[in-house]
Design a protein around this ligand. Structure first.
Ligand code: ZN
Length: 134
């Protein structure tokens, strides 16, 4: 499938949609004799619930790997020659870079990725609600 057909939706939005769909469904029954059917509705709710479960699973895996990488990163930081002389700015950038690639290594790697992470982080810190919401 091409990426053109993929849409990213936050898990909280998905949970809201599922809740609304279940409220709509509540107490209603199929009456196929008069063409009243909730089967497709139920099938979609089930698919959305599976998507939320899969998202949680991915988040757990991501967090495990991220913490492992960060622990390794900081655990070996003092092997860098001259780290004692690093500036505050260098510590801050190194820490932020580590966090960025822990959150999304594909998106936030290398100079361009780090620039993107700082832009996203700034928007988040300024109250942007669409940044870093799972
Ligand atoms: Zn039905």
């Amino acid at each position: 499938m091409s990426n053109d057909n993929q849409v990213t939706v936050s898990a909280s939005l998905l949970r809201n949609v599922i809740r609304e769909m279940k409220e709509l469904r509540d107490g209603n029954k199929c009456d196929h004799s008069v063409g009243l059917c909730w089967c497709e509705h139920d099938r979609i709710v089930k698919q959305l619930e599976e998507a939320v479960a899969s998202n949680k699973e991915q988040l757990r895996d991501r967090n495990k790997q991220a913490v492992e990488r960060l622990a390794h990163y900081w655990g070996t930081y003092n092997k860098q020659p001259g780290y004692e002389n690093y500036s505050t700015e260098t510590f801050l950038n190194d820490g932020l870079y580590g966090l960025g690639i822990a959150i999304d290594s594909r998106k936030y790697s290398f100079a361009n990725g780090f620039a993107q992470f700082k832009r996203d982080l700034l928007k988040y810190l300024n109250g942007g609600t669409n940044y870093f919401k799972d």
